[in-house]
Design a protein around this ligand. Structure first.
Ligand SMILES: *Cc1c(COP(=O)(O)O)cnc(C)c1O
Length: 379
């Protein structure tokens, strides 16, 4: 019997037709922003029924969303410490201050009941994050934002295809940012998009993403204000158009795989499994059990033992306020105990559409064997 091949925690699904279409773009002589970007913007605008504009990363769309909302020095932006560091880095990028609010132990998303206590006269916006694709409660969130007159920049980087009460994330709300990074449910290798409120905001975003330039029909240009350089390429957009054909099937397959994890995982091991409401979970961007408390300090050993047995396990994410950057701003262990606990014990098991049911079974069986080993018994 041959050794099973290495199973990474994620892998993008790119079909042969998409590869051929990327080849066509490369042969066409027009490889940066062009007709493929236009087509992808149109398709996403149609999908969510609101104006959508592309950029070259989900970090860029978040940062430009904050700029569009006029957020800058002296302003505070409330977000969760349990996210990819991009979520807070963009707040720093515009000169504002990230204000963290602890996570909720059940959802692992921002604890909505603690937001009001963090609001000050300087608070201008909320950045909710749908961790692992599980949507933040949009009813409570938008009610809070309305009551305190705050802008909302949804960091929906992980929730392409997720729904809140039957409505697609992206189809409602204020500004909604998606990432198309290679590891996300929907990818263009690198890229992202922002869903905006109206045509005027969309035009302002177009200027912000490309040097502040406005073009007129007679060929003349004007630059009224600074703009970034973060337009998407047609090479990337061609990948995105290919993904759009397969996204419903891909997300449905993720649901099946998550269901199998719940069926096959040995619950006597003592891991805390992710919220199990399969219908409302969202898009199963990641499947993340938390290590049992007795193994909380053995995560490195668990990762190494799994890797030695051919299985890639990720960590998404340690609580970011404990990074040196944020400690220098005054944060310390104990500030956000829920986020710290989840961040210390979280594991990302393999979950991607091309996986087989047998792959899930192998991850479950191998995890059980590794846990037995770590606890000093033979399986
Ligand atoms: C991936 C991700 C981002 C950043 O997206 P990029 O496209 O990598 O710039 C931001 N926030 C969250 C929650 C993410 O998962």
């Amino acid at each position: 019997m041959s050794e099973p091949t290495f199973l990474p925690f994620t892998r993008p699904s790119i079909d042969e037709r998409t590869i051929a279409e990327v080849g066509e773009v490369l042969r066409s002589g027009w490889i940066t922003t062009g007709p493929k970007c236009q087509a992808l913007e149109a398709a996403l605008t149609e999908r969510w029924g609101r104006p959508v504009r592309l950029a070259n990363s989900g970090t860029a769309t978040l940062e430009l969303a904050l700029r569009l909302a006029g957020i800058g020095p002296g302003d505070e932006v409330i977000t969760t410490p349990l996210s990819w560091v991009a979520t807070a880095n963009v707040v720093l990028a515009v000169g504002a201050t990230p204000v963290f609010v602890d996570a909720d132990a059940a959802t692992r998303n921002i604890d909505l009941s603690r937001i009001e206590a963090a609001i000050t006269p300087r608070t201008r916006a909320l950045i909710p994050v749908d961790l692992a694709g599980l949507p933040v409660d949009r009813d409570r969130l938008n009610a809070l934002a309305g009551k305190h007159r705050l802008r909302v920049v949804e960091d929906a980087a992980q929730s392409f295809g997720s729904q809140w009460k039957g409505r697609a994330i992206g189809s409602f709300g204020d500004l909604v940012s998606f990432s198309f990074h290679a590891n996300k449910n929907f990818t263009s290798a690198e890229g992202g998009c922002l869903v905006l409120n109206d045509a005027e905001e969309a035009r302002a975003f177009e200027k912000l993403r490309l040097q502040g330039v406005e073009r007129f029909p007679d060929g003349s240009l004007e630059v009224e204000a600074w703009g970034a350089k973060c337009n998407m390429t047609d090479v990337a957009a061609a990948i995105g158009l290919g993904q759009l054909r397969g996204i419903e099937d891909a997300n449905a397959r993720r649901h099946q795989l998550a269901r199998r994890y719940f069926e096959r995982w040995d619950r006597s091991l003592g891991f805390e499994l992710p919220p199990e409401d399969l219908e409302n979970h969202g898009n199963w961007h990641m499947f993340q059990p938390l290590l049992p408390p007795d193994l909380a300090t053995r995560r490195g050993d668990f990762l190494a033992a799994m890797k030695a047995r051919g299985i890639g396990v990720g960590v998404h994410y340690p609580a970011m306020h404990l990074f040196a950057l944020f400690r220098r701003m005054g944060h310390a262990p104990g500030d956000f105990p829920v986020a710290e606990d989840v961040g210390a014990r979280t594991l990302t098991l393999p979950l991607f559409p091309a996986m087989s049911d047998a792959d899930v079974d192998r991850v479950c069986a191998t995890s059980s064997a590794v846990v037995a080993e770590l606890r000093g018994r033979t399986a």
